[in-house]
Design a protein around this ligand. Structure first.
Ligand SMILES: [Zn+2]
Ligand SMILES: [Zn+2]
Length: 351
């Protein structure tokens, strides 16, 4: 398939609405997303599929709304985003149980904020993933906007961070990227960016309550871009639209960007073997030397990594790299000394 055959849909994953601890109803959030020119939203309210059962999925103008949920164990840890499931998963189970149930239901499960470490306040403890022995998850949230914001907060900088939420977002957690690279050596684990928007209020110095990250601000930061085929147009049958979007997600045809550093629309990372051109997410047997081609919409610092190590970097709009070595290859792009674009990997394997 030629690169131009893919349609790029840009949206936000991991949102909370007023069905759990978010602050607005889904139609209002969709209207804000529409103003910010997003193409899709994937909601994950805590332990409930009620908005799905109340038929809130569908098209809101040109915004496609998909609904899953966020599961957790009895200690409120091991948060897991479950999409493409119809039946509710019972609460207070172990991660072994809900990861398996999501898989058995034909769903797509994503580990949320795996390395969360924040320690700013007892009222907002971290919720890391600890159940790494469970191996049936499908994806990992490699970048979580709220986690990063909370992680860097101190009593001294909180006011600055509240005034400049977008400037607080710098890089995904290194530990998570490292683990993601290792997991992809043996099987496909899709990386996504989550915004985890609650738009909740934080009490400052016990007196003032301020809203961190209103939805309209959240939508200007971490975005996930899907490469969809065939194209999805507003008004297309919902189930067909859902099928096409989930195909991009399950195949790893997606990348993550921080919109605050520029619109990453058009970013490409492909493998070319003979006449075949394969998109990010591909796992390819090496038959002859393979060309890895990267193109970004504006000049920036591009890094090509193999198994987590940088093997090529350049300030450019394009890099080409020929190789016949197996490995997990992916791209990171930096602007203004911050992370801008993170591709899903292309994995080259021995024939
Ligand atoms: Zn969570
Ligand atoms: Zn969440």
């Amino acid at each position: 398939m030629h690169k131009t055959d893919y349609q790029e849909l840009i949206g936000a994953i991991h949102l909370h609405s007023d069905y759990s601890d978010g602050t607005l109803p889904i139609p209002e959030i969709a209207a804000i997303a529409s103003e910010k020119e997003l193409d899709f939203l994937m909601f994950s309210d805590h332990n409930t599929l009620a908005p799905k059962h109340e038929s809130l999925e569908g098209w809101y103008g040109h915004v496609l709304v998909l609904i899953g949920c966020e599961l957790n164990d009895p200690d409120e840890r091991n948060h897991y985003l479950a999409f493409r499931i119809d039946k509710e998963i019972p609460k207070n189970q172990s991660p072994e149980a809900y990861v398996k149930q999501v898989k058995e239901a034909g769903g797509f499960g994503i580990i949320a904020h795996p390395a969360e470490k924040r320690n700013f306040s007892d009222a907002y403890p971290p919720y890391p993933w600890t159940a790494w022995h469970v191996n049936e998850f499908d994806g990992i949230e490699i970048w979580n906007q709220l986690s990063e914001w909370m992680e860097g907060v101190t009593r001294r900088n909180i006011a600055w961070r509240i005034l400049h939420p977008l400037r607080s977002i710098r890089f995904p957690v290194w530990e998570t990227l490292d683990r993601w690279d290792q997991l992809n050596r043996s099987r496909r684990v899709v990386g996504i960016g989550g915004i985890d928007v609650h738009a909740h209020r934080v009490r400052l110095w016990k007196i003032i309550s301020v809203e961190i990250y209103p939805y309209k601000v959240q939508f200007k930061s971490i975005r996930t871009h899907f490469l969809v085929y065939p194209p999805v147009t507003p008004g297309l049958d919902f189930h067909e639209s859902e099928f096409r979007v989930f195909d991009a997600l399950t195949q790893g045809r997606c990348f993550i960007s921080n919109f605050a550093l520029g619109n990453a629309r058009g970013f490409q990372f492909q493998a070319i073997q003979g006449e075949m051109m394969m998109p990010m997410g591909s796992r390819i047997e090496i038959q002859q030397p393979i060309r890895l081609r990267t193109w970004i919409p504006r000049k920036a610092h591009i890094r090509l990594l193999r198994n987590g190590a940088v093997i090529r970097e350049d300030k450019a709009v394009q890099i080409d790299y020929k190789t016949d070595l197996p490995g997990v290859y992916r791209i990171e792009v930096f602007r203004k000394r911050r992370g801008w674009i993170y591709s899903n990997p292309i994995v080259l394997m021995k024939p």
